[in-house]
Design a protein around this ligand. Sequence first.
Ligand code: FES
Length: 275
Amino acid sequence: MTDVSLGMPQLPAPDYPADVRARLEADAREVIARYPDSRSALLPLLHLVQSEEGHVTRTGMQFCADVLGLTTAEVTAVATFYTMYRRKPSGDYQVGVCTNTLCAVMGGDAIFDELKQHLGVGNSETTDDGKVTLEHIECNAACDFAPVVMVNWEFFDNQTPDSAKQLVDDLRAGRPVEPTRGAPVCTFKETARILAGFPDEREGAVEAGGAAGPASLIGLRLAKGEAPPARVVHPRGEAPQGESPAEHPSSHDAPQQTSASDPDHPAGPTAEEGE
Ligand code: FES
């Protein structure tokens, strides 16, 4: 009997059908050849096996261990550490609602609660039609556009409960959806194959951009010696009562007092230790 790795008594896993294994082995050779040390290919190979089945199965982990000369325990340790690897069957579209601090207070918590009700699923669960897996996710470095929802890691900025419900309804109905920034949405398996390092063949994907928001760019403009804008319009054009949108210095998107704008505390190089 094959050795069983510590902590994984249910292994070894069943193998892929011969034709699937042959195809994946050819793909794996291509990925492994990109690295001086084969074990460095583990992360993309986990995406590769995820692209086959929609999640990282025991079979997929056994495959990675085989082609990389690792133990299944080593592969499992990595696959269970990173949240981008799913450990159970998922839908065609992973809808991730950012509920990290900024998005949460800007409406992310409300969006997540509404979607749970609307879809009839909890966190990390999939709708009966197999279309949508709902997840709350951590900060995706898009705080300028809070609250943010991601579909297979493409950004949908400045969402509301209603816009998020419309989004999942469109996904489930097969209607086209368009991210606010970045490449067009594809299925979770297709996304996994791109993340494994294979060409992104979505039309317009390579040209697609996704600039940082105005609040992030204020720091860059100050560093370049440019004057920051006096006001940054709230992303959704909404303003608290009594203020017009153009005048609302939102707590997270308005320029803050900085050394460059404070003559009493001018910015300057900090002396190196020993100078
Ligand atoms: S807190 Fe949601 S993107 Fe940063």
